[in-house]
Design a protein around this ligand. Structure first.
Ligand code: RFL
Ligand code: PHB
Length: 391
């Protein structure tokens, strides 16, 4: 097999890149190791930055998002039994975010690719990439019990944190930066209308909690739990009781309860690998960087990477010039490190470290109070949350 751009991984990064290249008339093949229903059902992120929303619309993948997504104009911070709203449009010159689940973005992109009759192979597991530093890199994969090769002009590793593409960058040139956290999230999906129109990020003496949603009838809630926590130790009643305590404020507020339909524990990590390119192999999305989910940046960073890369590939095929491809890694890493900082600071301001002293707690509360009382501090949060310009 041969193609212009070989894409390893059919998550949001790989599928969106394929859409952008297809629209520009550049051939590509997407190889995805899992089956379609697994990829479409994988419960992950829920918040789209305004720039992500615009990209999806412009590439023709925004119709259902615009019908079913919920535009949010702010978030609520809770701390010290107080609630404070951060008003995004007022602080950012009109920017908002969209609540539209990653599962739905992925379903929409898969449907478009199949409707275009463009190559997207499920259950095609890539084992490695050879010839990264030649003109014709080769992707090695297994499909329907047989081994195949895909020869390409360029290969893009969109295969997530546990993928194989990162290994195409030789260790001698690869630098990695990593931080783990002494807590995880217990995430639940519940068949109950959200108890609030906006997301609530809560700092509490019992640890962090987040109220989010998937639609007008489905809530998504998260609780900080110790690393290694077992969902089996969290019967529904315990989850709701704990959420009630962490969201408690002075004044009226009720967390509506309903049947919990899914429960899982998510570890947290910050990770960056540099450079995001070696020869003709490029890395995009979680294959190159991971953020803890507190800032809702993971999916949005993946989108920004592939927008920059698609632009560079289109420029390369239109003009023959590789300047944008050569700049890809540096262009993306600048935004990546900004998002790493934002995600780290949201995470460490809102969570309770098991080793935390009363002094550390007071610093967290001082920072939250600053956001609640100074427009400059609130604007810094709002600008990062709604998303910085791509590229
Ligand atoms: P993905 O979504 O991991 O997609 C990678 C795809 O590559 C496939 N793959 C392979 N295919 C072929 N051959 C191989 N050898 C392959 N190895 C892997 C995988 O099956 C998969 O389909 O990466 P991508 O496209 O870069 O997208 C990034 C986002 O998915 C990610 O940043 C966010 O979902 C992060 N994230 C969250 N972000 C948030 O903002 N809020 C959240 O609540 C949130 N929850 C999460 C998350 C990430 C999670 N992971 C990765 C553990 C919850 C989880 C569980
Ligand atoms: C989600 O809805 O899954 C979600 C929302 C905001 C976050 C993280 C996850 O910061």
């Amino acid at each position: 097999m041969r193609t212009t751009v070989g894409i390893v991984g059919g998550g949001p990064a790989g599928l969106l890149l394929a859409r952008l290249l297809h629209n520009a008339g550049i051939d590509c093949v997407v190889l995805e190791s899992r089956d379609r229903s697994y990829v479409e059902g994988r419960q992950r992120a829920g918040i789209l930055e305004q720039g992500t929303v615009e990209v999806l619309r412009e590439c023709g993948a925004g119709a259902r998002m615009d019908r079913e997504g919920l535009v949010h104009e702010g978030i609520e911070l809770r701390f010290d039994r107080r609630a404070h709203r951060v008003d995004f449009p007022a602080l950012t010159g009109g920017r908002t975010v969209m609540v539209y689940a990653q599962t739905e973005v992925v379903k929409d992109l898969i449907a478009l690719r199949l409707a275009d009759n463009a190559p997207l192979l499920f259950e095609a597991r890539v084992s490695g990439i050879s010839g990264a530093d030649t003109d014709q890199p080769v992707v090695h994969f297994t499909h329907q019990g047989r081994e195949h090769t895909l020869t390409c002009d360029y290969v893009v590793g969109c295969d997530g944190f546990h993928g194989v593409a990162r290994a195409a960058v030789p260790e001698a040139v690869r630098r990695t930066y990593e931080r783990t956290y002494p807590y995880s999230w217990l995430g639940v999906l519940a068949d109950v209308p959200p108890s609030c129109d906006e997301l609530i990020y809560a700092h509490s003496p019992r640890g962090f909690a987040l109220h989010s949603m998937r639609s007008r009838t489905v809530s998504r809630l998260y609780l900080q739990v110790p690393n290694g926590a077992d969902p089996a130790d969290w019967p529904d009643e315990r989850v709701w009781d704990e959420l009630d305590q962490r969201f408690a404020v002075d004044g009226d507020w009720t967390l509506e309860r309903g049947p919990i339909t899914a429960k899982s524990v998510l570890p947290m990590r910050s990770f960056v690998t540099e450079p995001m390119r070696y020869g003709r192999v490029f890395l995009a999305g979680d294959a190159a960087h991971i953020v803890p989910p507190t800032g809702a940046k993971g999916l949005n960073l993946a989108v920004a990477d592939v927008v920059v890369l698609a632009r560079a590939l289109v420029h390369r095929y239109a003009t023959g010039a590789t300047d944008l491809l050569d700049a890809y890694s540096d262009t993306c890493l600048r935004r990546v490190w900004r998002a790493e900082h934002f995600s780290y600071s949201m995470t460490t301001t809102l969570h309770t470290d098991p080793e935390q002293s009363e002094f550390d707690t007071r610093l967290q509360l001082a920072q939250l109070d600053r956001i609640a009382s100074a427009t400059t501090a609130a604007a810094e949060l709002a600008e990062n949350y709604t998303g910085l310009p791509i590229g």
